[in-house]
Every structure is written in structure tokens, then in C-alpha cells.
Design a protein around this ligand. Structure first.
Ligand code: CO
Length: 133
């Protein structure tokens, strides 16, 4: 599984974006993911990306994360070819799949998350790219 992106939750998107631009990663722009009530700011790093994510609503899951833990690593995302069959396979392996029905992700992808208790304390996302991308 290719590492598609690393997501970092931030409370100040402008400041974090400026920091990662200064670090030297090519900036790809921002994209809102309304289903998860977040704004993302995306940087390229080789075959992978760094996504800064900030809540767009009080009831965003990222708001709760920031209140509890502050800014920092939020999740890793691995690309899969067939999301539905991976969900079945991982459940059979004993992973706690948080989204049995895939949710929309960035750039038309479909995603599901695995509970951090199953994955060494880090939230893991698996994503299938939009067909044709
Ligand atoms: Co993600």
C-alpha cells in the first residue's frame, strides 16, 4: 500500500500553511471536505502528500481532536485498489473499521478509517482514488 498522505490537524491553518511552504514542500492548494467539516491544505512530497486539516464547524471531528490533543499528527492514509474488499479483509483480520460504508474524501476519492486501537495508536485511513485519476 502506497502512503497517500499524512494528515496533520491544525488550529491555525494560515500559520501552518506558511510553515510548510517555508519548509519547501510544493503547495497544491486548499480543498474543503464538507462531509468531514474540514478545510485541507495540501503539499506534495514525492509520491505522497502532507495535508493540513482544520475544522470548518464546531461539531467537526477535528474540533474534538484539537480540543483533546492540540495540533499534531491526525492520521496516515494508504491507497488501496478496491476499498470494499479491503474493508472486508481488514475486518476479518480483527481491525476496527469505523466506516463500513465508505465516505467521500478529497479529489473524488472514497475512504474508510480504522480505529487507532487497531493500528498502534494512530488513526489510519484507506482510500480508493476516483476511477480515472
Ligand atoms: Co486523509
Amino acid at each position: 500500500m502506497r502512503l497517500d498522505h499524512i494528515a496533520i490537524a491544525v488550529s491555525d491553518l494560515d500559520a501552518a500553511e506558511a510553515a510548510y511552504k517555508a519548509l519547501g514542500l510544493p503547495w497544491q492548494g486548499r480543498e474543503e471536505v464538507s462531509s468531514q467539516k474540514v478545510m485541507t491544505s495540501i503539499f506534495q512530497s514525492g509520491d505522497s502528500r502532507v495535508e493540513l486539516i482544520t475544522p470548518t464547524a464546531e461539531d467537526s471531528p477535528i474540533s474534538a481532536f484539537l480540543l483533546k490533543k492540540g495540533s499534531g499528527l491526525h492520521h496516515l492514509c494508504f491507497e488501496v485498489a478496491d476499498l470494499e474488499s479491503e474493508i472486508v479483509r481488514l475486518k476479518a483480520q480483527g481491525f476496527r473499521v469505523l466506516n463500513e460504508t465508505p465516505r467521500p474524501g478529497v479529489e473524488g476519492s472514497r475512504v474508510a478509517f480504522l480505529h487507532p486501537a487497531s493500528t498502534a495508536g494512530v488513526l489510519v485511513e484507506i482510500a480508493q482514488k476516483q476511477i480515472g485519476k
